[in-house]
Design a protein around this ligand. Sequence first.
Ligand SMILES: Nc1ncnc2c1ncn2[C@@H]1O[C@H](COP(=O)(O)OP(=O)(O)OP(=O)(O)O)[C@@H](O)[C@H]1O
Ligand SMILES: [Mg+2]
Length: 417
Amino acid sequence: MEEFISAIDIGTTKICALVAAVTHDSLGNLTLRILGEGQSASRGIRRGVVVNVSEAIAAIGEAVEKAESDAGRALTSAYVGVAGSHISTLNSKGVSPVDARHGVTNQDMQRALEGARAVALPQNTEVIHTIAREWVVDGQPHIQHPLGMSAYRLEVDAHIVTGSTTAINNITQCVRAHDIEIDELVLEPLAANEAVLRPEERRMGVAVVDIGGGTTDLAIFLDDGLCHTRVLDVGGNHFSHDIAVGLHAPEETAEELKLRYGSVLPERVPEDDRVWAAVFGEKAERSFSRHFICQILAHRASETFEIIQDQLQESGYYERLSAGVVLTGGCSLLPGMTELGRSILGMPVRIGAPSNRLPITGLSRHLQSPAYSTSIGLLLWGLHEDARKIRRETPKHRGGAEWMGRAMRALKNLLPG
Ligand SMILES: Nc1ncnc2c1ncn2[C@@H]1O[C@H](COP(=O)(O)OP(=O)(O)OP(=O)(O)O)[C@@H](O)[C@H]1O
Ligand SMILES: [Mg+2]
């Protein structure tokens, strides 16, 4: 029976829906074959959260319909990205006794994770992910897969990701309005990491920084485990907004100027380069120095990298990022971002985007852009779900038990598209 995985990346500028089939390569490894892609301009979403339900539902519907018609089958369940400044994270520990006769069982691991998750949360907040960072078996740390080990006591060091119940319910409602079940809500930087990080980077210490339209999402990995996540309220739209304010021009014009002439290294732009643009209060277009536009962008980009640096330092992992920073998201395409990032952060910086190196076939050139790292990462998250020791939080009002979600998906996949 062929299985399918779908993803919906609800961004501030674009919504991307993808449908893929799960296949096996010649070595028997699980791979994905992209069957359909649909995109729409985002509406009703700001900085990762729904601000207008009916507009968001319509925009999601547009992307979903395109993906369905491209794939030739209905999209019935999906992995959905979640972001926004309502996201918080904390590290917590949990413990479980182990029956030495059987060794560590799945239930012991679940019990330890549940213990870690039992932290006091502010009102209107719920757990999105509980991710095991490290297991400790009878006092021996740094265990990655304790299942089956003989022991008396199992401890887990877990990373808990929480979000506002209202924000989560709104995203859920917008997706469900299209009769689409949510396989899992996935924190966007966790999804993006799947598409852009190399295993060695994750081992050595790396931060993946997704600069999208409305948010900058950050996730730090070290020793193969997730250590820290953060969603910041700044993104490419702020870059365009600064140009709009600086030139007294409409946002749309500013966005176009950024995409066509933008760079964050003004010193590389000839002083006499001029561009024409419409401005408020005048009928005729006006001429501007391209150098000036790039100075505006450089200013905002420097500020963004300084905020990222503060966050990395605050996390306590700044000195341990041997593999540096992997930049992704549409805004990383602005010329000069890697150079500027390197000089401000003082560490290696590269751009990460989905590529043919991933276990995916049918990846169009269009999708091999940093703007689609989260979208492709959501599919990969789905593919790897079983492999990771992750406890998925499924509040009863949203999805019922995890097995039920899977059973529904399996049933729906049997139906003709
Ligand atoms: N070629 C490019 N050069 C510069 N900026 C670009 C380019 N392409 C896209 N961008 C910018 O990237 C941003 C959109 O990125 P992306 O598609 O990753 O965001 P999103 O997923 O919709 O938003 P978010 O993840 O923040 O909710 C926009 O601000 C856009 O102007
Ligand atoms: Mg995004």
